[in-house]
Design a protein around this ligand. Structure first.
Ligand code: AHR
Length: 496
């Protein structure tokens, strides 16, 4: 059956927040050490950061980086990571059973992110620490001078405040695996008090409270409601996390992961709005989807089984082009919810379930998932368009019937540029007719696609070689473009 897509520049859900295309740097495995930071590497700069990784980060186009965790932050004392490096303690990190050398901390990460032109999103420890440590970090980062913490920052070499605008109130506090895990009521009370104190230091900051760690958490819904009821006045976003993988060789369900992401987002937004209605709160709280990706969790041992080491590898998934197709489709889900999802973080940036990999003392390379992310971060700007899609149903075991072809689209009224992102989830080619009405001009400039199974599963050498390939449109006339999507593929179409 022919898939039909209708888009119109006036029919949109508002501007996409560019922070939707963020990523995540956690002190975990080789993300920081031998990932972004490797003194002595031939490509390292004078501060020990790898310039070859920086080049790939720029090419990836990430706009925001969450730091320093993740589960790591729930045991982290940020004061360990400031001041002269030779005095910094080596601590046992319980989240990942690693020895944290603290050679990278706030005063190394923030200048590095600034030099890359990427906005930082800092997380505070609400697991083993609390209100004081959180407020002190805001003071250290954001206050100009004249207090103990701001003067210490100056003494440590940062004369100007870092002016961090976005803060996470802990990480996955609903998860029993989290160091200092809390009940919903305990977390809500702590997050509220931390938020109040942090905002008293700097009233201009935005705050993200923890939502559920994943959709299947038994406390999902109840957790969000409790946090929103008790802390809603003092927060701006509630977080979402989700990782997808192929279970039991059920490829169809895996290809439909973005349909599951849609349902998850709709559920969180409905909960936010239900609590707002019940409590008569007028302020709109939005979503920070600050961890998402494909992650084959079933392939890695639990942390308890890992021997304690320093920057040893953790969850270094090697991605296939099938995984990249799913990543592209997950990005479409985020774009289609851009009216409420303002922040997104592909977890993580380097080596740990990441689009960028490094060999210690060796080269840095791109995973297959790098390509759809970079293409979307580059092409998606301006408005998130409402798409009217007519397509067949695609049957899945986990999620029931979902659309065979999934679509998102963007249009920038300032530049006139438009982009359409299409996923064909089925094992057959899909013919698609796009009707683009009301655009002042439309000239299809580029169509590129990522096809599943370009190489064997999780082949490290082949992964580094793959990319998007050009696809010719079947027909393009004013107001209408027809193209055939290869089976199990993700495609980006750009027009001026
Ligand atoms: O990204 C890896 C881990 O996944 C993070 O530390 C944690 O927040 C999540 O469970």
């Amino acid at each position: 059956r022919l898939t039909t897509v209708v888009i119109d520049p006036d029919h949109h859900r508002g501007r996409i927040d560019r922070r939707l295309f963020g990523s995540f740097v956690e002190h975990m495995g080789r993300c920081v050490y031998t990932g972004v930071y490797e003194p002595g590497h031939p490509a390292a700069d004078e501060n020990g950061f790898r310039t070859d990784v920086e080049e790939l980060v720029r090419e990836l186009g990430v706009t925001l980086l969450r730091y320093p965790g993740g589960n790591f932050v729930s045991g982290y004392d940020w004061t360990d990571g400031i001041g002269p490096r030779e005095n910094r303690p080596r601590r046992l990190d319980l989240a990942w059973r690693s020895i944290e050398t603290n050679q990278v901390g706030t005063d190394e990460f923030l200048p590095w992110a600034a030099a890359l032109g990427v906005e930082p999103m800092m997380a505070v420890n609400l697991g083993t620490a609390g209100v004081n440590q959180a407020a002190a970090l805001v003071e250290y980062c954001n206050l100009s001078e004249g207090t103990a913490w701001s003067d210490l920052r100056r003494a440590n070499g940062a004369a100007k405040p870092y002016e961090i605008g976005l803060w996470c109130l802990g990480n996955e506090m609903d998860g029993p695996w989290q160091t200092g895990h809390k009940s919903a009521a305990e977390y809500a009370a702590l997050a509220n008090e931390a938020a109040k104190a942090m905002r008293l230091v700097d009233p201009g900051i935005e705050l993200v409270a923890c939502g559920s760690s994943f959709h299947e958490m038994p406390t999902f819904g109840y957790w969000e409601s409790t946090v929103l009821e008790q802390a809603g006045e003092n927060i701006d976003y509630i977080s979402m996390h989700a990782y997808y993988e192929e279970f039991d060789a059920d490829r169809a369900s895996f290809l439909a992961s973005a349909a599951s992401m849609d349902t998850f987002i709709d559920g969180v937004v409905a909960t936010i709005d239900a609590v707002a209605a019940r409590t008569r709160r007028r302020k709109q709280i939005n979503v920070s989807f600050d961890e998402w990706n494909v992650w084959y969790q079933s392939r890695f041992p639990g942390t308890e089984a890992v021997a304690i080491d320093i920057a040893g590898p953790r969850i270094e998934d090697v991605y296939s082009t099938l995984d990249a197709v799913v990543v592209g489709d997950l990005l479409s889900s985020l774009i289609n919810h851009a009216d409420r999802v303002k922040i997104g973080c592909l977890a993580q940036l380097v080596n740990v379930i990441a689009p960028i990999m490094t060999e210690p003392a060796g080269p840095a390379w791109k995973q297959a998932t790098f390509h759809p992310f970079a293409a979307v971060a580059q092409a998606a700007s301006g408005h998130s368009l409402v798409t009217r899609v007519g397509t067949s149903e695609f049957a899945t075991r986990r999620y029931g019937d979902v659309p065979t072809v999934a679509v998102s689209a963007t249009h920038d009224p300032e530049t006139g540029q438009a982009a359409i992102f299409l996923t064909n989830r089925s094992e057959y080619p899909a013919e698609v007719e796009v009707t683009h009405r009301g655009f002042e001009s439309w000239s299809t400039t580029d169509v590129r696609t990522m096809i599943a199974d370009q190489h064997g599963p999780r082949d490290r050498d082949a992964s580094a070689e793959v990319g998007l390939v050009s696809l010719a449109a079947d027909d393009s006339t004013p107001g209408r473009t027809v193209l055939t999507l290869p089976p199990q593929s993700w495609t980006v179409l750009r027009a001026d």
